[in-house]
Design a protein around this ligand. Sequence first.
Ligand code: SAH
Length: 348
Amino acid sequence: MTSAVRKSINQLFNKGQATQKQLIEMLDLDEEDAKILFEAADQKRKDMVGDGVHLRAIVEFSSACRCFCAYCGLNAGNKDIPRYSMSDDAILSAVETAHKADYRTVVLQSGEDLSFTQARVCALVQRIKQTYPDMAVTLSLGERSKEDYLAFKAAGADRYLIKHETSDPKIYHLLHPDSTLEKRLQATQSLIDTGFQTGGGFMIGLPGQTHAAIADDLLLLQKMNLRMAGIGPFIPHAATPLRHVPAGDIFLSLKAVALARLVLPKALVPATSSLNILAGDITLALKVGANVLMQKAEPENFRKMYEIYPKPLDGSALSDIRKRVTDKIESIGRYVSGTRGDYGEDVW
Ligand code: SAH
């Protein structure tokens, strides 16, 4: 490693600042030199948010979607897949299972399914909050109006996940016929203004994506001062226009996760499912800056159908999945956090 890159890592560790050029150099690091970056990110994670790992139960409640995102297996052009949309009672029952299994955050995620109107989502959030007042609710429903976001917040939702996917406007445009990068970022800003703990993120390995674009992705997360930063490798889905594009690189994804920890030291950084699936190991991202993990909490028959990208089906009960994940976390000297895992909560 050149002394210039070593200096960049030190500066990023101490001041939380790096230029696009410095970030590109860090994204270029080879396996041997990246160890220094990974150690710096792991130390920053320990210093800023401690050793606890926050577990989230994710209820993927509807695979119906009006959008045509080119990478996503649920895109509206994919006519051949069975779609499902859970009833409110079924969603509540999945939340109950998650609560019984000791989860204290439920993430409600779906395609852009307009049958979940503002009133319906609000009623759902209110029911969850009334029944389980100690449960944090995260929404991940895509782009909605500012009025919807305000209403969801007023109903009691705590957090919202909306990834910008790529900061390169040309790539964004090619992959998203339904939106623009500008609109996506406006939605993100509305969520922040509404008072949500707002999470962003992006994919690694999109066609045409350069290391400069990834550096810009990281700088964008930092500029928007997001509370959560989810970074995962793209995984091709056979029924999408990107079926022949190779999957994103695991090592590059890990470097991006490490850099996210360093540019946003206090953030909630998940070891994303796509990274865990490709790597075959949930501990890799946890060792380079991540401190959050999500587990599918919808009934088994729906888990396979929510196929954003191909993934092995784990049909085990949520409580069993949690036990297995807990053992893994403890095997690397970490522990499962017993708190809600809000932004800033365990910063000292
Ligand atoms: N409809 C919601 C939820 C999207 S799915 C929304 O618009 O925000 C959640 C995330 O899965 C996406 O933000 C994207 O980053 C990721 N994703 C989608 N397709 C993927 C693929 N083929 N490979 C890897 N990640 C993918």
